[in-house]
Design a protein around this ligand. Sequence first.
Ligand code: FE2
Length: 272
Amino acid sequence: MNDVTKVELDPRLETPILVMPCPADLNDFAEPDRQREMREFYAKPGIIVIDQVIGEPVLTGLREGLSDYRRKFKEKFNFGRPDTESFRSAYDQAIKRMTDLTIALFGYDLKDGGTMSYRPLITADEPLHYDTYDVPCGQMSLMSVLNFDHRPRKWNVGPSFREICRDSAPDLEEILKKKKPGESPSVPIRTAGLKGFGPLKDGTPLHRIEFAPGAVWYANPKAISHQITYGGGAHFQQWNIDVSDCGCQSCIFEAFEVNVPNLRTPAPASAA
Ligand SMILES: [Fe+2]
C-alpha cells in the first residue's frame, strides 16, 4: 500500500514541486535550517507533498463519510461528519497528525488546527483558477490538504500569480479594467480563461499531479493557479500566517506595476 504521488512537470512553468516520504518520526523534519528552506519553498510559491502521512486505519475511519455526490464548481455543500466513534477517533487523529506535521515542517507556532473543511464528495473538471477567499495583506494562506480517498486526487497546476503579472500584464489590465471595490481579481481572471482569453485560457502550460491516498500537501491556492480534474474525499486545514515579505495578489500587482482599479478598495458596506 505504498502509494506515491506522481508529478509531470511542464518546463515552461516556474512553480517547483517537492515530493518526499513521511519520516517515521516527524521530529526528523524539525530542524531550523530545513524549516526555513521549507518556508521559502512554499512562499516562492512552491508545492510540497509528503507521501504516506496518514495510514490505513485512520483513512478507513475518514472514509466512512464518503459520498458519490459530485460537487458543482463553487457549490456550497453541507456533508456532515458521520456520528460514529470510529469516525470521530479517525478525524481527531488526522487533525492532530496534519497539525503536528505542519509545525514540524515549517516551524510555525500554530495555536490550533486552523480552518478546517472535511469534503467527502467528488470534485471534477474545475476551471483553472486562483482561489477567491480573502487573505489580508501582510498575511499568507498556508493550506494543507489530505487525500483520504481510495483514488489519487488529480490536479493541474498552471502559472503562478507572479508569472501572469510578469508575462501577461496587458491582458490582465484589460480583464480587470472594470473590477469593482471588494471584488476578488481571481473571479474575472477565471471567467476570462473560460471564455478563451488571458493567462488561464485553454492551452496554457500545466504541471500534472496525482496525489496519492494518504498524502498531505501544501500549496497556496491564491498564488498558484490550479484545477482539480478528479478528486474524491479530501480534508483541508488552512492557516493565515503573518509574513514580513508579503506576496498577496495586491502586492504582486503593485510590484509588477499592473494597473488595476479599486485594487485595495473594500466593498461598500451593505445597505441592508
Ligand atoms: Fe481552488
